[in-house]
Design a protein around this ligand. Structure first.
Ligand SMILES: [Zn+2]
Length: 411
């Protein structure tokens, strides 16, 4: 498992110089790559670049590992472009960097010396950079577990590896239902249900769609239809990505904190494949599509991305606590009654409420789904889930990180 620590870097003219050299190496090697591509139709790999640029004038000006890191990154960028252009013919190859711009400087562990909370980075022969850093408590940084240090715009990002903790053997199980109106609904064996709302996420999307649309029409108007992109537009896109990321991190963290607090050792989630199908199981597709809308263009793509991103982030954070994430088939979990097992599509009265026509259960539809997901995992183990009584439902607001109790009717 990888962690990143951030440390402030003292202002030094040598840093700018090395960053500048990295830009020159990038551009020179990039030029070589394009030339090779045009001549032979092949892209050079990292080893070829290293061979060609080993004695290069600029490469010799910095620590050999720093130069190699630039070549490595470039080779990676070319490889992903090569993959991408198979499906997207308009994809651009890696760009040249602006002249005199300062690139990220990468230090491998061979350029790093550590003593307690002090780090010495070798910029070039005889020139060192010292910095203080702070890690999570109980973690000791040594030459062995350091992966790399990246220096950019005044900060050093120290990437280090830590052994995974052992899996927790005992504890209770939690079921998670993923959605859009409610990003996640969790139910534990002890009967507590929590609803994490996705309204904040949707309003972020709505706001940015509007702003991006406005900025796009301005660009088009001003350039008489020639330009489609502006500084303002990329700024908006970055801002949107940052805000979505924040909500996802805050919510996954809240779920993991809850797991740790209430001794959960396994989290069960529905598999992702069925989420896409949800779009078609409604009588009013238009309304639902709009409610689930994440953006007019590439709706589907964005959507799937955020669900898988949510699961991946959750899995990663759970792993750090020794908690296992498993996925079960989500089939029928939204239309089955979690009390009597009746399967009926029209039991799902509205998006929010599930009313069972057989036993009369009134329940929040997402809580019902989460209980069914939990059951799917517990049943084959012969573990009783009768104690899932849904004693209380807690609604979690994404904006203020506060918990709000909701009255809830069962049966
Ligand atoms: Zn029922």
């Amino acid at each position: 498992m990888y962690f990143t620590a951030k440390a402030k870097v003292p202002e030094r003219s040598e840093l700018k110089e090395v960053g500048n050299v990295c830009t020159k190496i990038w551009n020179k090697a990039n030029y070589y790559c394009r030339e090779q591509w045009e001549k032979t139709g092949k892209i050079p790999d990292y080893y070829e670049l290293q061979r060609v640029f080993k004695d290069d004038f600029w490469c010799r000006k910095v620590h050999s590992h720093t130069a190699q890191a630039v070549l490595h990154k470039l080779a990676e960028a070319y490889r992903s472009w090569f993959q991408l252009r198979k499906i997207d013919a308009t994809a651009n190859p890696p760009m040249f960097r602006k002249k005199n711009s300062i690139s990220t400087i990468t230090f491998t562990r061979y350029a790093v010396k550590i003593e307690k909370c002090q780090m010495q980075l070798t910029l070039k022969r005889g020139v060192y950079l010292h910095l203080d850093f702070q890690l999570q408590p109980k973690i000791e940084l040594t030459h062995e577990n350091i992966v790399r240090v990246e220096v950019k715009s005044g900060f050093a990002y120290i990437v280090y590896r830590v052994e995974d903790p052992p899996w927790k053997q005992d504890g209770q199980v939690m079921g998670v239902d993923l959605g859009v109106i409610h990003t996640a609904t969790t139910v534990k064996e002890d009967g507590e249900a929590r609803i994490y709302t996705g309204r904040g996420l949707l309003s972020i999307q709505r706001y940015f769609n509007k702003e991006i649309g406005r900025a796009q029409s301005i660009v088009k108007k001003q350039s008489h239809g020639k330009k489609e992109w502006s500084k303002r537009l990329s700024q908006l896109a970055r801002k949107r990505a940052r805000q979505i990321k924040h909500v996802l991190h805050a919510q996954t963290k809240a779920i993991v904190d809850d797991c740790v607090r209430s001794n959960v050792n396994v989290v069960v989630a529905g598999d992702l494949h069925n989420i896409r199908k949800l779009r078609s199981d409604t009588k009013k597709p238009e309304k639902l599509v709009r409610a689930r809308s994440w953006g007019r263009v590439n709706n589907q793509k964005n959507h799937a991305w955020s669900f898988s991103q949510f699961t991946a982030t959750l899995e990663y954070k759970l792993r750090r606590e020794g908690i296992l994430l498993v996925q079960v088939n989500e089939k029928a979990t939204s239309k089955t009654c979690c009390r009597c097992g009746e399967i009926r599509k029209r039991n799902r009265k509205t998006r929010g409420l599930y009313v069972c026509s057989k036993c009369g259960l009134h329940i929040n539809a997402d809580v019902n789904g989460a209980v069914n997901i939990l059951r799917k995992y517990l049943r084959p183990l012969g573990r009783s889930s009768a104690n899932v009584s849904l004693a209380k439902v807690i609604k979690w607001k994404e904006s203020r990180l506060s918990l709000e109790a909701l009255s809830f009717r069962v049966g």
